[in-house]
Design a protein around this ligand. Structure first.
Ligand SMILES: CC(C)(COP(=O)(O)OP(=O)(O)OC[C@H]1O[C@@H](n2cnc3c(N)ncnc32)[C@H](O)[C@@H]1OP(=O)(O)O)[C@@H](O)C(=O)NCCC(=O)NCCS
Length: 168
């Protein structure tokens, strides 16, 4: 890489690039309004990665209330809804930087833990999440439209790595 990549907050002008990256990188696609709705819900938890003036990745997140994955307390949880980096730009630490930025942003809204769903076969993404301290909490059978199972992965907000309990 000739110059470092940068991570910055999403701006509504970025929407076309973000939607395009989503369509190129993931089978789970959404209309523009879905992305914009999440942006207005938590603008400080939606980031893009730029390299040489081009957007090459994004993360968008949602703050949800629910029972903690680590106990029985009601908490605010940060949900990583979608994250992607263009294929040619992977394995350079950009996905990790986006996820870290998303988690920092979600903390600003009071999220004390984080979760996400990932395809069981998506080894690249699972590896990145594990490196960041996520662990598998349970299997969500037939979660995706094509019938594939998801792992529900969770992480505490304080950086501790917790062993997940896998409910098959
Ligand atoms: C998941 C995804 C966002 C990860 O993005 P990424 O930018 O490749 O992530 P990183 O570069 O931070 O980490 C990827 C790997 O590269 C390694 N890496 C990081 N920096 C590196 C560097 N400078 N040189 C070599 N390897 C590096 C990481 O250690 C990691 O290794 P791992 O496979 O053992 O975990 C990307 O694979 C992607 O967009 N996939 C398609 C969309 C998708 O599946 N999204 C997740 C849905 S839940």
């Amino acid at each position: 890489m000739n110059e470092p990549f940068t991570i910055r907050q999403f701006h509504p002008n970025d929407i076309k690039d973000v939607v395009s990256i989503n369509q190129r990188c993931l089978p789970e696609n959404y209309p523009d309004q879905f992305f914009m709705g999440l942006f207005y819900h938590a603008p400080k938890a939606f980031y893009v990665a730029e390299y040489e003036g081009e957007i090459i990745g994004y993360i968008m997140c949602r703050i949800e209330r629910g029972i903690s994955g680590f106990g029985r307390m009601p908490v605010k949880k940060g949900h990583i809804v979608s994250v992607a980096v263009l294929q040619s730009m992977r394995h350079k630490g950009i996905g990790t930087a986006l996820i870290n930025a998303g988690m920092e942003g979600m903390k600003e809204y009071g999220a004390s833990e984080f979760f996400l769903e990932v395809r069981k076969t998506n080894e690249d993404a699972i590896g990145v999440y594990e490196n960041l301290g996520y662990s598998v909490r349970r299997v969500l059978r037939g979660y995706y439209r094509d019938g594939e199972d998801a792992y529900l992965m969770i992480k505490k907000g304080n950086g501790e790595i917790e062993e997940g309990v896998v409910d098959e």
